[in-house]
Design a protein around this ligand. Structure first.
Ligand SMILES: [Zn+2]
Length: 298
């Protein structure tokens, strides 16, 4: 286990404990969520080291890297994912002036999004830390998936679009990663980052049971203010934010499960709907997509 002493957003050394969360997906161990006293950025304290982190992903309940389990929650996850694919493609097409270009999906998992992009005319590359995922995506879709170091060493100024769909909150060497991503996009390229929002209604309602704290796999907990400030340090400007509306239902159902509610589906759908309505006015959606560009290209 290791502690973070300095806030990655503002550099402050002072933090306060907010919640004690239990890892209900994999280990049942407890981890603290702390909040920077200067800028309110939240992160997971007493987290596993990078070497220890892998074992916390080894669970039948962890859905992102498994593809053949059947349960209601997993079929719901897949339905939402398929609806999201169309929405994601529409966004990247529009950003690239309705032309196809070169896309990198960083943390591509089993490559569903990349294969959808490839079917629709995009040139595609991926990055994933899992060797098994890299091999599988190559085999299934004939798409090259890099390992992290290789990607950043060999692909400067190459991509029109780089996407990270719920990935950055897992990344240990986050500052080098943002720098690497910046160097990998073309001058006029875009970086799209999807993240859970810790200012959303359900984050504030469910507190330590909020599914998107997902300790210890999620080590950073962002909102619009903190992600904008962190990327600005690296010369990247936030140019647009888009809501990810389906996430409020999925996250609310899972948060009700973490609370031990037998009727988690009904309650989750209800609170997901309330959260969705509230976000229409507050603009604090459950998860949000942030679109960044290089400062000098604007
Ligand atoms: Zn701070």
């Amino acid at each position: 286990m290791e502690n973070i002493n300095t806030c990655i957003v503002c550099g402050s050394l002072k933090s306060l404990k907010l919640y004690e969360c239990i890892d209900k997906v994999s280990s049942n161990e407890k981890f603290n969520i702390v909040c920077c006293q200067e800028c309110s950025f939240q992160y997971t304290q007493n987290r596993p080291t990078l070497l220890e982190a892998g074992k916390y992903y080894l669970s039948d309940k962890y859905v992102s890297h498994t593809d053949n389990k059947k349960s209601f929650i997993i079929s719901l996850y897949r339905t939402i994912r398929n609806l999201n694919l169309k929405w994601k493609l529409k966004i990247i097409n529009k950003l690239n002036g309705n032309k196809n270009g070169y896309i990198l999906d960083y943390g591509c998992g089993l490559g569903n999004f990349l294969s959808y992009c490839k079917e629709n005319g995009w040139l595609t590359n991926g990055m994933d830390i899992s060797e098994e995922a890299r091999r599988e995506v190559k085999k299934r879709y004939d798409i090259n998936v890099y390992e992290n170091k290789e990607l950043f060493n060999t692909n400067k100024n190459k991509y029109d679009i780089i996407t990270l769909w719920h990935v950055l909150e897992h990344v240990y060497n986050i500052e080098e990663t943002i720098e690497g991503l910046k160097n990998s996009i073309k001058e006029e390229g875009y970086i799209l980052i999807a993240l859970p929002n810790n200012n959303s209604y359900e984050a504030l309602k469910y507190k330590e049971n909020w599914d998107a704290y997902d300790v210890p796999r999620h080590i950073w907990h962002f909102n619009k203010k903190s992600v904008e400030k962190l990327f600005l340090k690296h010369g990247l400007i936030l140019i647009d934010t888009k809501p990810m509306v389906f996430d409020s239902y999925y996250v609310s159902i899972r948060s009700e499960m973490h609370k031990g509610n037998k009727f988690h589906f009904i309650y989750g759908m209800f609170w997901g709907f309330i959260s969705h309505l509230k976000a229409i006015y507050s603009k604090e959606y459950s998860s949000q997509l942030y679109i960044f560009k290089k400062n000098e290209s604007i």
